[in-house]
Design a protein. Structure first.
Length: 587
């Protein structure tokens, strides 16, 4: 019979694993373990340690320990160095993390090392860092990194001098380059612009890409305003030199706005915003130049921000309404269509013309929602439109050129048109820009419109990118000649010649012409007597009619009043420009 002392657990301090089991565990660990004596001779190394040593070009044979006796217990080992030393180093293309601890045993000192291959871990961390702080296309710092760097500079500034400047750089007409040559060339241009700017910088400067074609340059330090102007002017000239990309010679330029620390802001965000405002001042004038921020720009930027906020609220609260302007057949004296014009009724109930906000809505990406609102309101008013202008009249709706090249939006808009059940009554009016360059509109969007019977009109023809020969490449149903050619046309022989050329070519191509901006009897009389043009639009016939006010009050026989105007003009076959100065108008 066993005594209790034979089966009792040994005291905790005396417990130990069998040496063979302990050795097996150490040898199979996934990280390296080695032991060296005081002279540096390897006494023990597991397989992982031997492989790591081999990758470093040294030899460390696993199991080199001279074994004798049993493994020492924990009680027999004393720590000569109570805390381990942690190091990380490169071994060839690998990175190792090493822990070293000096131990004493039986009056001898040993160095115990553990090592782990952290190459993949470091690669993953570096990849995360690059993604977080660097632009993937150009390799430049991104918005977050330059903001962090500038904030550190601001925090370390101790005097009131101009320590540094921020330059906001925007490539001019980048969208047109991207559309015409393709995105691969556009990306190539961004890379080459980044390299060209970087080649001009000092080690203390920093260039970051903060948007599609937008860069922020930190100029640090600034020697003086005039020296800064000269340096930026030199940079602008460098950016005007041609870029050679995929066999294309690309000419470009950049507009630059500057803000100075501390005069123009005490934070990165304020300095960037003010430099951005200065850059937009350049864009509104002659592109490819430089402007330094001033307080007037700050006020303009504040006003723009306020307008942006009001516009967003107006979209949320559906404060938009539609007005309708007739298109007139000046030969048959009939109203043949209406153009839907957008109006914004602000917080005070005042109607804002589209010139005040449409471009901003396009820039901010808000115009898509507005366009769907316009279509919805038009369909809500379809019975009133028919009562006022006649059933079957065409309905023209404007779409921005940027929208026309956006397949996602255009597909949704085509679906909305098809859902009205009368898509064939609609005409989409686009500016010339939508048809040129390598636009997707003609190839991918136009077939969608054709499939549902919706027609297409070129708005403001003659003032954009086009030439008369470009009409041969355009698939459109209608051309609206810009009012700049019609104003006082009876006194302007050159405008008369241009109009005749447009008329002749359009007739040959089977494209209908309508002239915009007819405001006087003399202009209408000229069109009747000297051209074959049938259709016109303008204040002479009718101002845009409000849905809430005018349409409900306008009887259907208002068309007869327009017909009266057309008949009186038609009767003047040989125009007498001073005749009938008080011809009736629908206003």
């Amino acid at each position: 019979m066993e005594s209790p002392s034979d089966t009792a657990e040994p005291p905790a301090g005396e417990r130990s694993l069998p040496s063979a089991l302990l050795e097996t565990i150490v040898r199979t660990l996934p990280f390296g373990v080695s032991v060296h004596d005081e002279s540096g001779q390897a006494l023990f190394a597991n397989e992982a340690a031997a492989q790591i040593a081999a990758s470093a070009g040294t030899h460390l044979r696993a199991g080199d320990e001279a074994r004798s006796g049993k493994a020492a217990s924990c009680a027999e080992v004393s720590c000569a160095q109570p805390r381990p030393v942690f190091t990380e180093s490169a071994v060839g293309e690998r990175r190792l993390r090493t822990h070293q601890l000096r131990l004493g045993h039986a009056d001898r000192a040993y160095l115990v090392s553990t090592s782990m291959d952290v190459t993949e871990e470091r690669s993953f961390e570096e990849d995360l860092f690059r993604r977080a702080y660097f632009d993937e296309l150009t390799g430049l710092p991104n918005r977050g990194l330059i903001e962090q760097h500038v904030e550190e500079l601001i925090a370390g500034s101790r005097d009131g001098a101009t320590d540094f400047a921020l330059a906001f750089i925007d490539i001019d007409n980048f969208k047109n380059i991207n559309d015409y040559y393709g995105h691969a060339v556009g990306d190539g241009l961004l890379v080459k612009v980044a390299r060209r700017i970087s080649s001009e910088l000092r080690a203390s400067d920093m260039l970051a890409r903060v948007g599609g074609d937008e860069f922020v340059l930190l100029v640090n330090p600034v020697a003086g305003i005039e020296a800064l102007r000269q340096d930026i002017a030199h940079l602008l000239e460098r950016l005007k030199q041609p870029f050679f990309i995929d066999g294309h010679e690309i000419f470009s330029s950049a507009s630059i706005g500057l803000s100075l620390f501390p005069q123009h802001g005490s934070s990165y965000e304020l300095l960037r915003r003010n430099a951005d405002s200065a850059m937009y001042r350049v864009k509104s004038g002659i592109k490819g130049g430089l402007t330094i921020f001033d307080q007037d720009m700050g006020r303009s930027a504040t006003a723009r921000m306020e307008l942006e906020q009001r516009l967003r609220l107006a979209i949320r609260d559906h404060r938009f309404c539609c007005a309708f302007q007739p298109k007139v057949d000046i030969r048959s004296q009939e109203i043949v269509g209406v153009e839907v014009l957008l109006r914004w009724r602000d917080e005070q109930g005042v109607i804002q013309a589209p010139g005040e906000f449409v471009n901003l809505a396009v820039e901010l990406g808000l115009i898509d929602e507005i366009s769907h609102l316009v279509l919805a309101q038009t369909m809500q008013a379809i019975d009133k439109i028919d009562d006022a202008f006649g059933k079957g009249t065409s309905i023209s709706i404007n779409v921005a050129a940027r929208q026309a090249d956006d397949l996602r939006f255009m597909r949704s808009f085509v679906d909305a048109l098809a859902a009205t059940g009368c898509a064939e009554r609609f005409m989409i009016e686009l500016t010339e820009e939508a048809f040129f360059a390598k636009s997707r509109f003609q190839a991918q969007v136009l077939p969608l419109l054709r499939a549902i019977g919706t027609r297409v009109s070129i708005d403001d023809f003659g003032v954009g990118y086009s030439s008369l020969s470009a009409l041969a490449d355009i698939t459109a149903d209608e051309i609206k000649v810009d009012r700049s050619f019609i104003t006082d046309i009876h006194r302007r022989p050159r405008s008369q010649s241009i109009l005749k050329a447009i008329e002749s070519l359009s007739h040959a191509l089977g494209i209908t012409i309508i002239v915009e901006g007819v405001e006087t009897f003399e202009e209408l009389a000229y069109l009747q007597a000297a051209t074959r043009i049938r259709y016109a639009q303008g204040f002479y016939f009718s101002r845009p009619l409000s849905l809430d006010e005018n349409l409900a009050l306008t009887p259907a026989n208002d068309g007869a009043r327009i017909a009266t105007v057309a008949r009186e003009a038609s009767a003047t076959r040989t125009p007498n420009w001073r005749s009938n100065p008080r011809a009736p108008r629908l206003i």
